[in-house]
Design a protein around this ligand. Sequence first.
Ligand code: PMP
Length: 374
Amino acid sequence: MTDDSDIPIRVRPEIAALPAYKQGRQAGADAFKLSSNENPFDPLPGVLEAVQASATAVNRYPDASAGRLRQRLAERYGLDVDAVHIGAGSVSILAQLVQATSGPGDEVIYAWRSFEAYPWLAVVAGASAVQVPLTDDYRHDLDAMAAAITDRTRVVIVCSPNNPTGPIVTQDEFDAFAQKVPSNVLIVLDEAYSEFVTDPAAVDGTRILSARRHPNVVVLRTFSKAFGLAGLRVGYALGHARILDAARTTSIPLSVTAPAEVAALASLDAEEELLERVRAIAERRDRVASGLRDAGWDVPEAQGNFVWLPAHDETLAVAQAFDDAGLIVRPFAGDGIRISIGEEESVEKVLAIAAQAVRDLPSGHRGARAGVQS
Ligand code: PMP
């Protein structure tokens, strides 16, 4: 860090107070990187070839609206092209939606703990972040979120499955919630991990949109996780054209590159093969979650490509034990540890370290299942 205390540039105080974004640590050659919910499989050869072919024209700007991908997704979901918006990662679309709707004096509501970008996005827009605690089983408390809405609320973000804790919101819960939210409040349903969901009761944003039940709902999806394109930055929003137009107005033009668009199209061509990998990751996740529960951890429902260890006050010590064993995990001090589902070879190691760590917890620790801890 440079010492910039003598540079007389005025930084907005709320920006200066924000912690800088902290990326999941990079892993050394013999370590497993289980800290950023990435896809552990290498890119498909066909996808790489498409990217390489598109990279011959990097002296040209890309198509501003990523029109081919937009068209393709519109057809796929049975929506008008105007109901699809492409961004350089779904987080950039979330930023656009918050910018377009919320400013000083406005409120953005979301569950906590959830995706780390939510507070940051609200504050950058100049709005107030309103955090509604998760339930004791690490789920969204949608009744409390509905009750937190005021006449200053502009956006409510619902994350299903919830990053970093794992549980879904059910379709019934979401429908009941959406009924209670005033029609002038935007509901963003962040489904970054939807492809990994195996619980049939889970909310499915694309179904909500085709039924045109709630015009104030925008659904966010990404190619970063299930489709393995995190490094290329491409995600999309589905929703009402007026809302997406407003988001587009706030966007930094031409951020979605041609290689990113082409890779997303090639991935949709190879969807069956990619979804086969997603099924393997989901199966691995279920094995890891049940192994952790058997060892004594009180692991909540895990429906993304990650599991949650509620280590609470012991979080940093437990994360250090993983780190020492060459497993890079993501600690959230005071709350718990998110472990992404990585290579098959990492599974046994994760379970062994976690089993030792649960035995080392102080007796009566909240993260251990009653009666299992020694
Ligand atoms: N939403 C959630 C809940 C996430 O966890 C992430 C990635 N960590 C994103 C959105 C953003 O993904 P991307 O910008 O790569 O599409």
